[in-house]
Design a binder for this molecule. Structure first.
Ligand code: PLP
Length: 329
């Protein structure tokens, strides 16, 4: 792993490459009490052309800076973080992703915590940035745990279908389990966003769903699915085909690298039609469960999908599949 310490007097110290192992923390470390932590998640891929690649790491590095400063962790130059990622990958990449395993990947987790020992509720005077690499289960196996096949949505009030449809099943969040709100920090990948989401997540899993669909407010705005961004493709009542996802403007959702990539690719390749696909309009705006329900009832919903690093493996498979969702209750 790579570690790099910061303190408010000397600033950032020289980064160190060292074996993976435990951290040395005082019980009073800020992070253990006040959730002063943020992280990133990206993958190193062994391509089918046998090259090793990071996917848009500059975006993760910039987003990590935004997350860090939102919770009073120190700023840094995102390009320097990218250099650290590349340094780790140069040491560990070929070892874990041999050329004989094209299509495999490693998950990289840059993390920053306030490790300064101080119980006072105050801006931390010391922090530790570290980067670890780990193997990560494949979430879009052909059986269709995620991705391929349809996505079905439910508010959880009805019995589950006897045979699970392929694809991903989402349980809508309840109004006492809100993930993020305007003026909050939902846009930042900070630890404080995830601990409180685990009850809802656990309930979804226990009831046979794959993820939570995070709703917001009395009108049930659709925001995100678990730790991934959520999209629908539908036809408007006027007959136009749209790709729709929640906007970044009020800082409720995470600015996903995969989300942006889906939007960029769609803007570049699908807005004028592609093969048998009709031209697609792209909308980043607020939308509600009611709108989705109406689209289903009127037969206008074409597909819905979640997009995030965890569920992408460097192919476009999960994103171009068009299937009618089985049910919305
Ligand atoms: C990490 C994450 C995403 C997905 O972001 P990517 O950069 O595409 O991996 C979406 N929503 C939340 C809440 C996340 O934590």
């Amino acid at each position: 792993m790579i570690t790099c310490s910061w303190n408010s007097i000397r600033g950032w110290e020289a980064p160190r490459l060292e074996p993976y192992g435990p951290l040395n923390l005082m019980p009073t470390a800020s992070v253990l009490h006040y959730a002063t932590s943020c992280f990133e998640g990206l993958k190193l891929y062994r391509g089918y052309d046998s090259r090793l690649r990071l996917f848009r790491p500059d975006r993760n590095c910039r987003r990590m800076l935004g997350s860090a400063v939102r919770i009073a962790l120190p700023a840094f130059d995102p390009e320097e973080l990218q250099k650290l990622l590349e340094a780790l990958v140069r040491v560990d990449g070929a070892k874990w992703l041999p050329r004989s395993r094209p299509g495999s990947f490693l998950y990289l987790r840059p993390t920053m915590i306030a490790d300064a020992a101080a119980l006072g509720v105050q801006k931390p005077s010391g922090a530790l940035l570290y980067i670890i690499a780990c193997c990560f289960p494949s979430l879009d196996e052909p059986q269709g745990k995620f991705g391929l096949g349809s996505t079905s949505l439910s508010n959880g009030n009805t019995a589950l279908p006897e045979k699970q449809a392929p694809g991903m099943k989402l349980l809508a969040s309840k109004d006492d389990m809100v993930r993020a709100w305007p003026g909050g920090f939902g846009y930042a990948k900070v630890g404080a966003n995830y601990g409180p989401s685990l009850i809802a997540q656990g309930e979804a899993r226990a009831r046979g769903f794959d993820q939570i669909l995070w709703l917001l407010g009395p009108s049930c705005e659709v925001t995100e699915a678990g730790a991934s961004n959520f999209f629908v493709v539908w036809r408007t009542r006027e007959g136009r085909t749209q790709l729709l996802t929640a906007p970044l403007g009020d800082k409720v959702i995470l600015d996903g690298v995969t989300r942006r990539s889906v939007l960029d690719l769609a803007a570049e390749r699908l807005t004028t039609g592609w093969e048998e696909l009709q031209a697609l309009e792209i909308e980043e705006r607020k939308f509600t469960m009611t709108e989705i329900e109406e689209a289903i009832e009127e037969g206008r919903l074409i597909e819905a999908f979640a997009a995030g690093t965890a569920v992408s493996e460097g192919t476009l498979g999960p994103f171009v599949k068009t299937t009618i969702p089985q049910r919305i209750d």
